[in-house]
Design a protein around this ligand. Sequence first.
Ligand code: SF4
Length: 128
Amino acid sequence: MSVTVARQIVRIDEDLCTGCGQCVSPCAEGAIQIVNGKARVLREELCDGAGFCLGVCPTGALTVHVREAAPFDPEAAEPLIAEKRATYVAQHCFRCGTSEDDVPLLPVRSAGESTWVCMRCLPSLIHG
Ligand code: SF4
């Protein structure tokens, strides 16, 4: 019998998922893939529950919740992380164009789009 723990893990609402694939790139562990036109968590132990995928989903199909699941396994995720590093394409702040190679970016929704914003531009998004 496999071991489970109560922990945060991503949940995908299949009814809301359009299979657009925008959530695949932010998942550094490669836990999310598109299978038969829908996003899926391939294996529970690959999802660390950090939720970096949430902000980019245009339909709100992704949530993080606590349930019994296989523990996150960094060793199992490492080959997928290495594979993603090989095809890494830096994202840019949609306001100033700064690369995530230079400053951290956060996923945001803006004017109906899922995109990325840097820490310098975030306050002006919040306060206008
Ligand atoms: S970003 Fe949202 S709608 Fe698009 S594939 Fe992922 S879960 Fe589905």
